[in-house]
Design a protein around this ligand. Structure first.
Ligand code: NAD
Ligand code: TYD
Length: 352
């Protein structure tokens, strides 16, 4: 088995589905707190699959994590669980400190105790894979070279600061205790099952619902977009072949200004599902107040993972964004569950 945290979220959910799509794959214990960002509808196709064991709980719950490790004896842990939305971190940073920092600390401590008691091959092969973000490196100007793994940490938002802190803990557990870790720092993901508070799914759904498409500030902030399936394949590669104690940057070589991303989505929707009034979706673009402390540009230099592990993304932005728009058009049931809030019914049924 592998133990995965945050596997009902956007990237963790995609990872579980991709992992179990391989008929020979090891089983997954999926520990998730089911915050507003956790959605079991994403994993509905696994309902009767004995290889997927869902556990509703918090990575900060030491007794629970210890019990899961003792019971399932995983050969690896992949830590996706986090509070992940920058805007929410600005309004309320407390959960970010609690889950991203204290939660990761707790997971590391439980995992270290478990690993210490392992012997032989089981100890040799054990891995703790920490999933992190390029936002820990701060913001680039238009002409700066892309982030390498040696770029200084300069986080600017409560979200990125909390992720940076977790990366430092993971690093220290390797150097101090010899605990076998790998860390990946990835650029902005997009794709199926993305919660519509983030730019790309928000714009697709607002466009279809005749709502404004909000662009913060001048819309010239640049992000380096990666299709989520490519992030998942990179994580599998690093888990299998990554060198212990190393970090690997993951990116799509796809730098785009926000306004261009939104215009591209509008253009694809104009083709796939034209507005009934025949006007272009781009007419819905609305410039709104900028995000406080908004990072201007992120860009990932992904040459280390390509050179050392032979990984490259399979999707270009053009192919990935088209697939993503099509996925939102093809999956109204998942979308309606999120928009109406009924995806939270599982919790109601279970606990009330
Ligand atoms: P998400 O917000 O969609 O999902 C997070 C999941 O973690 C949810 O299912 C939530 O219920 C769960 N969770 C939150 N707190 C928890 C806790 N205390 N215990 C157990 N589970 C908890 O996030 P995502 O976009 O899937 O991101 C996953 C990871 O990848 C995060 O660590 C994030 O920092 C990192 N990352 C995200 C991106 C991106 O573009 N989304 C890019 C790079 C790195
Ligand atoms: P987001 O998807 O929140 O990811 P992150 O902040 O982690 O990069 O935002 C992506 C970019 O889009 C970011 O520069 C903020 C901007 N943005 C908008 O312009 N309008 C929006 O409504 C949202 C949610 C984001």
């Amino acid at each position: 088995m592998i133990l995965l945290t945050g596997g009902a979220g956007f990237i963790g959910g995609n990872f579980v589905l991709d992992w179990l799509a391989n008929p020979g794959a090891e089983g997954v214990i999926n520990l998730d707190k089911l915050t507003y960002a956790g959605n079991l509808a994403t994993l509905a196709s696994l309902e009767n699959d004995p290889r997927h064991v869902f556990v509703h709980g918090d990575i900060g719950d030491r007794d629970l994590v210890k019990q899961l490790l003792a019971e399932h004896k995983p050969r690896a842990i992949i830590n996706f669980a986090a509070e992940s939305h920058v805007d929410r971190s600005i309004h309320g940073p407390s959960d970010f400190v609690q889950t991203n920092i204290v939660g990761t600390f707790n997971l590391l401590e439980c995992a270290r105790e478990y690993w210490n008691a392992l012997e032989g091959d089981a100890k040799q092969q054990f891995r703790f894979h920490h999933v992190s973000t390029d936002e820990v490196y701060g913001s680039l100007s238009g002409t700066d070279p892309a982030f390498t793994e040696n770029h200084p940490y300069e986080p600017n938002s409560p979200y990125s600061a909390s992720k940076a802190a977790s990366d430092h803990l993971v690093r220290a557990w390797f150097h101090t205790y010899g605990f076998p870790v790998v860390t990946t720092n990835c650029s902005n993901n997009y794709g199926p099952y993305h919660f519509p508070e983030k730019l790309i799914p928000l714009v697709i759904l607002n466009a279809l619902n005749s709502k404004p498409l909000p662009i913060y500030g001048d819309g010239q902030q640049v992000r380096d977009w990666l299709y989520v399936g490519d992030h998942c394949s990179a994580i599998r590669e690093v888990l299998a072949k990554g060198k212990l104690g190393e970090t690997y940057n993951i990116g799509g070589w796809n730098e785009k200004a926000n306004l261009d991303v939104v215009k591209t989505i509008c253009f694809i929707l104009d083709q796939l599902k034209p507005r009934i009034d025949g006007k272009p979706y781009a007419d819905q673009i609305t410039f709104v107040k900028d995000r406080p402390g908004h990072d201007r540009r992120y860009a990932i230099d992904a040459s280390k993972i390509e050179r050392e592990l032979g990984w490259r993304p399979a999707e270009t932005f053009e192919t990935g964004i088209r697939k993503t728009v099509q996925w939102y058009l093809d999956n109204p049931q998942w979308v309606d569950g999120v928009v109406s809030g009924s995806y939270r019914d599982w919790l109601q049924k279970q606990y009330h």
